[in-house]
Ligand binder design. Structure first.
Ligand code: NAD
Length: 496
């Protein structure tokens, strides 16, 4: 029989357990303000217990051959397929994005799990000739140990899957601390792993906020911290890990730009940028936050985008007609409001939106109107800082070269796009934009799991998730030399 979907406790050593200190944290439906459930607000004792259990489970898990570990992951993917609708509905209730998008979030986890499970039969190293006779040389991937995983709320199943599934196929055990806004859907994902047959202690869940996250980062038993969240928190996590020599992989903020040249297909631009700016209520790390337009296209782009933004149906994500859901929390809405006020004070023009909205029947939800700011200039704070809400700023650029400079002129480097029919301009943009992801004639969102995902500069620290590159985060290389010559052969010295 299928396990119940909603779990409201920690999962440690294969058991669903209460937090030791008894503190609890509510999970709130952002469309209604109602409390959906309460979970442990875990502290250092809970984290310590989880890390100890994961440490004990590690030798057994890494001893299971990778193809057999992967069989459990294939079962996980199949269960995710059968639970997709239930997980999506729970996710919409817990973080607000519309059902089409929460289904997409679960689908991304399904794609990632099938893709990475396939690696169980590969996990390729390589053999290579030795410089010595009668000597074999090859290299293999080795697991790291216990991995601490800290995630945000905006992709509450997909992002944990990008980390947990590759960690497992590589032979690591996991302590997972999800965002405090989305603990129930995180627990539902862990319950799927449990049901698929992941052995006790191999994946452990500790719910809570900053305190639980900090306790995990500071725990001496971790081999790696894999973090996705804001740049501010991520850089602090990195500093604490660096002080102890612990590996850390960071996926952080973005300030993503779309360039629209005069020759662009404006119907396509309007569709693509409405989706990129207002999909997930602008709460994607790859959301389009800046539109850089050359002079001829400028007026038409602003007019069309504003018309589309004004027409978007804002409401509960469970309603099939809704096109944009609420912000995840009152705090997130207040942040958006502050940025729009800042934009006004910096001299931008609010073309559309710029206010809270209260759809009928959902007056207690955290809704904000899709907002377009025009007259944004590159040095403004609204053009430099991540807003993480349904607000997009339009920046007029005189030339292609200026648009490239403005695209690169922020501290982030996650995603960018260009709309043009000129293949030379498109190829130059691909070459000159300094982001981890570049799209041509497409918005800034829409990554696929089998390509590397991540960003440059303050978006990351050089690692990539997704693709085979994810395996590099969750394993380390071991080189093996087997000398069967029966005599001492000194590398670089005995050359005769
Ligand atoms: P956040 O940085 O506030 O929190 C992220 C996680 O870190 C949460 O689980 C939180 O509890 C935990 N945390 C907070 N303080 C901590 C501390 N001192 N020590 C350890 N852990 C701590 O981010 P958020 O609001 O949850 O998510 C939004 C941010 O995530 C945005 O900046 C967005 O761009 C980013 N994001 C990036 C990617 C990417 O792949 N680059 C993907 C999604 C979201």
């Amino acid at each position: 029989m299928a396990a119940p979907l909603v779990r409201d406790r920690n999962f440690i050593g294969g058991r669903w357990v209460d937090g030791t200190a008894g503190a609890r944290l509510p999970s709130t439906n952002p469309a209604t303000g109602e409390v959906l459930g309460v979970v442990p607000d875990s502290g250092p004792q809970d984290v310590d217990r989880a890390v100890r259990v994961a440490t004990e489970a590690w030798p057994g898990w890494r001893a299971i051959p990778a193809p057999r570990r992967a069989e459990i992951l294939f079962r996980t993917a199949e269960l995710l397929v059968s639970r997709k609708e239930d997980l999506a509905r729970l996710m919409t209730q817990e973080m607000g994005k519309i059902l089409a998008e929460t289904r997409g979030d679960v689908q991304e986890a399904i794609d990632m799990t099938y893709f990475v499970a396939g690696e169980g039969r590969r996990l390729h190293g390589y053999t290579t000739p030795s410089e010595m006779p009668r000597k074999a040389a090859y290299c293999v991937r080795a697991p790291l140990g216990v991995v601490g995983i800290i995630t945000p709320w905006n992709f509450p199943v997909a992002i944990p899957s990008w980390k947990i599934i590759p960690a497992l196929v590589c032979g690591n055990t996991v302590v997972f601390k999800p965002a405090p806004e989305t603990p129930l859907v995180a627990a539902a994902f862990v319950a799927v792993l449990e049901e698929a047959g992941v052995p006790p202690g191999v994946v452990n869940l500790v719910t809570g906020g900053d305190q639980a996250g900090a306790a995990l980062v500071d725990h001496a038993g971790l081999a790696l911290v894999s973090f996705t969240g804001s740049t501010e928190v991520g850089l602090g996590v990195a500093a604490r890990c660096a002080a102890r020599g612990v590996r850390v992989s960071l996926e952080m903020g973005g300030k993503n730009a779309a360039i629209v040249l005069d020759d662009a297909d404006l119907d396509l631009v309007t569709d693509a940028l409405t989706w990129s700016a207002f999909g997930t209520t602008g709460q994607r790390c790859t959301a389009c936050s800046r539109i850089l337009v050359t002079p001829h296209a400028h007026g038409a782009v602003v007019e069309r985008l504003a018309a589309r933004a004004a027409s978007l149906r804002v409401g509960s994500g469970l309603n099939a007609a809704t096109e944009m859901g609420p912000l995840v929390s009152e705090a997130q809405r207040a942040r958006v409001e502050q940025y729009v006020a800042l934009g006004r004070s910096e001299g931008t023009r609010v073309v559309v939106g710029g206010a809270r909205v209260a759809p009928t029947g959902f007056e207690h939800g955290f809704f904000y109107a899709p907002t377009v700011l025009d007259g944004v200039r590159p040095p403004m704070r609204v053009a430099q800082e991540e807003i993480f809400g349904p607000v997009v700023g339009v920046i007029r650029c005189a030339t292609f070269d200026e648009a490239i400079d403005v695209t690169n002129g922020v501290r982030y480097g996650l995603s960018a796009s260009i709309f043009t029919r000129d293949v030379s301009a498109a190829m130059r943009a691909v070459e000159e934009i300094r982001t981890g992801i570049v799209y041509v004639n497409h918005g800034t969102i829409g990554a696929e799991v089998h390509l590397p995902f991540g960003g440059t500069r303050h978006t990351g620290n050089g690692h990539r998730e997704g693709g085979l590159q994810a395996l590099d985060v969750f394993s380390e290389w071991k080189s093996i030399y087997i000398d069967y010559s029966g005599r001492l052969q000194r590398a670089q010295i005995d050359r005769e």
